[in-house]
Design a protein around this ligand. Structure first.
Ligand code: PLP
Length: 354
């Protein structure tokens, strides 16, 4: 039986996507060739990447609004520097909500002056700072929508006249937002879209071309746009599986549909965390993530017992990140509600046995 997979990333993908992907590795399009041994410039693969790019824009409601979708290499971590390389002329503002924001800040500092508008580092990033001022003389504002490691999520985004850039690696396609408020969105595929190896970048074209410096081709958004995301060999397998996952999501009813299920899943788990006296949530309630729920058990003996109980219950990937400890249940789009119920059952069984 397939495990209940709460892994934070790479993470669970829909069963039918895995099935189709495995078939394509042997025989793609009934052409007696593997997906991963054909030319990326052949029509069958060009169709795949074009479909992946258009599905991404369609699901986010960003078609015909001046945006381009790119599938690039190097993970979200390369976007930390690529955004700054392409957009940071003099000064940018960053909101620091955790490890990933801090890493983005570190890279961008190589390219210009940065203003950290607020940080939740004082409490090990267990909340989302609010009511901060964003300077007006900036090239862009950067934030992280969902903090995968701590389990916090931005529920609203600040108003600013500067371009809004967001690392949405761990909650893209999970909830409805007015995505047209953002000028650049990036996400490593392996959290909510596909396997590791591809990074989705959605960029509004009119923010580009405004910095003076020379940009190496591989790091230049304009070159990737001109080449239809085929400047070099794309990560064909990761792009294909991402396309399948986006198609799966569209067929289900898109983001409005999955958002309802995601809300049900997180409500089920958080209500048990709050009800069960053995467990304690780690982050500020109003900032809780629908994707990654973090919690602890105060009692060490019970924690050991809990560890063997959930593993016996066919559950995978529940240990917290080393910088937070405790537990982290990642409930990405493809995780079924019954997997969350399986976890809640174990939590209740622990309470009975305690
Ligand atoms: C995982 C993650 C990253 C890093 O992604 P890579 O693809 O490994 O570079 C960046 N930001 C967030 C929010 C993440 O969850």
């Amino acid at each position: 039986m397939k495990k209940h997979n709460f892994s934070a990333g790479p993470c669970i993908l829909p069963e039918e996507v895995l099935q189709k992907a495995s078939e394509a590795v042997i025989n793609f399009n009934d052409d007696n060739l593997s997906l991963i041994e054909i030319s990326h410039r052949s029509k069958p693969f060009v169709d795949v990447i074009e479909k992946a790019r258009s599905l991404a824009l369609e699901l986010l409601g960003l078609e015909n609004k001046g945006y381009e979708a790119l599938f690039l290499h190097g993970g979200a971590s390369t976007q930390f520097l690529m955004t700054a390389y392409n957009l940071l002329d003099k000064k940018a503002a960053y909101l620091n909500t955790g490890t990933w924001s801090s890493k983005a800040i570190k890279e961008a500092l190589l390219f210009g002056e940065l203003v950290e508008v607020a940080s939740s580092k004082d409490k090990n990033f267990n909340y989302i700072p609010k009511n901060y001022d964003i300077p007006s003389d900036i090239d862009y504002f950067h934030c992280t929508s969902n903090n995968t490691i701590y389990g916090t999520q931005m529920k609203s985004f600040p108003e600013t006249s500067a371009p809004l850039i967001c690392d949405m690696s761990s909650d893209i396609f999970s909830r409805q937002l007015d995505f047209s408020k953002f000028d650049l969105i990036y996400a490593g595929a392996q959290k909510n879209m596909g396997p590791a190896g591809a990074t989705l970048v959605i960029v509004k074209k009119d923010i580009l071309g405004k910095v003076e410096r020379n940009i190496p081709s591989m790091l230049n958004y304009q070159i990737h746009i001109e080449k239809d995301s085929m400047f070099n060999t794309p990560s064909v397998f990761a792009v294909y599986v991402s396309m399948l996952t986006l198609q799966w999501l569209k067929d289900l009813g898109g983001i409005p549909f999955i958002e309802k299920i995601n809300e049900k899943k997180s409500a089920l788990l958080y209500s048990e965390i709050d009800r069960n006296p053995l467990f304690k949530g780690i982050v500020n309630e109003e900032d809780r993530s629908h994707m990654n729920a973090t919690f602890t058990i105060e009692n060490d003996t019970l924690a050991k017992k809990f560890n063997s109980m959930w593993q016996e219950a066919n559950i995978n990937g529940l240990h917290g990140h080393r910088s937070v400890g405790g537990y982290r249940a990642s409930m990405y789009n493809a995780l079924p509600l019954y997997s969350v119920q399986a976890l809640v059952d174990v939590m209740q069984e622990l309470e009975r046995q305690a």
